[in-house]
Design a protein around this ligand. Structure first.
Ligand SMILES: Nc1ncnc2c1ncn2[C@@H]1O[C@H](COP(=O)(O)OP(=O)(O)OP(=O)(O)O)[C@@H](O)[C@H]1O
Length: 297
């Protein structure tokens, strides 16, 4: 499976004069659980809706599983999309949802769907409108996965869930991934959740991709450098300064080593995923370095 699940080049979406997504260039390999993180209004839902073929780009290119999103029935069958607020039909029962899923999807895996619903303890006769938030999310996840897609897309699946329901949902998702051999892209505000379940990260802010890559590679390539002021001015080519904080005597830098070679530097320390993401978000907002230090408090 060499075809990327999502490949974009200068992908841009405008609503009138407002740019929701600008010049996004991404190449996400198959087999990943991708966390798409960014603040409100960053463009996450826009990118996911473009990937699901619900909206069309203003300019640029997007391919999902090597094809134009929603190009035809086969392409639609390959992608499962769960929009924000885990949509289910309030007036239909759990059993009705399964029947509807079977009716609408030629690739429906009834044994999988029935087994999951039983395992989750969902009552087939219960109206979806009477399920808890966590149960609704689990039902939406089950229906999307029972299509047996190659790519599952979730727009903030856990935003409205309490910590226990969130954990159960994410656990279930990871079991699906192991069982179904499916790639996943999910958006989330919760970096801790992303760290727990995802192996690939896309940080979106101010309508732009700030950084993207496999999480292990990204955390290995980002460092905090601390040194006397003036001693960190000359860094090797390909080592980019993401944030700088100066006091009278000392400089603290967060750097991204893009050389592909190990970065040896006295005083260099690794940074965690959360610090890394926050550094990019602050940079995108044009916030100054002291705020970076505040995030570490
Ligand atoms: N249909 C639309 N018409 C006009 N503007 C839109 C439309 N959809 C989104 N936008 C704008 O595009 C920008 C990106 O929105 P988007 O929903 O993609 O962000 P998001 O990162 O998903 O935010 P959130 O985390 O709040 O869901 C926002 O400024 C939003 O107001």
């Amino acid at each position: 499976m060499n075809t990327p699940v999502l490949s974009t080049n200068a992908l841009t979406k405008r609503y009138g004069r407002h740019t929701a997504l600008a010049e996004a260039t991404l190449d996400i390999p198959a087999g990943r659980i991708v966390g798409l993180v960014g603040p409100n209004g960053a463009g996450k839902s826009t990118l996911l809706a473009l990937a699901a073929g619900l909206i069309r780009p203003t300019s640029g290119r997007i391919e999902v599983l090597g094809r134009t999103p929603a190009a035809d029935a086969a392409q639609l069958a390959d992608v499962g999309f769960v929009a924000q607020d885990t949509p289910v039909y309030a007036g239909l029962t759990v059993g009705d949802h399964l029947k509807l899923g079977e009716h609408l999807n030629p690739t429906w895996d009834a044994a999988f769907a029935d087994g999951r619903v039983r395992q989750l303890g969902l009552d087939l006769g219960r109206k979806a409108g009477r399920l808890s938030g966590g149960q609704k999310a689990q039902l939406a996840l089950t229906i999307a996965a029972a299509k047996r897609p190659k790519l599952l897309i979730f727009d903030e699946p856990v935003a409205a869930l309490d910590p226990l329901a969130r954990r159960a949902f994410l656990q279930n998702l990871m079991e699906f991934v192991a069982e179904l051999d499916v790639s996943v892209i999910l958006s989330s505000h919760l970096i801790g959740d992303v760290e727990r379940v995802c192996d690939h990260l896309v940080v979106l802010a101010e309508s732009r991709v700030q950084v993207a890559g496999d999480i292990d590679d990204l955390t290995a390539a980002h460092h905090r450098l601390v040194g006397p002021r003036g001693t960190l001015d000359a860094l090797p080519d390909g080592v980019q300064v993401i944030a700088a904080d100066h006091t009278d005597r000392q400089t603290t830098l967060i750097v991204h080593n893009t050389t592909g070679r190990p970065f040896e530097h006295p005083g260099a320390d690794t940074i965690g995923l959360e610090d890394m993401v926050l550094t990019y978000l602050h940079r995108a907002e044009g916030l100054t370095a002291p705020t970076l230090e505040e995030t570490r408090a």
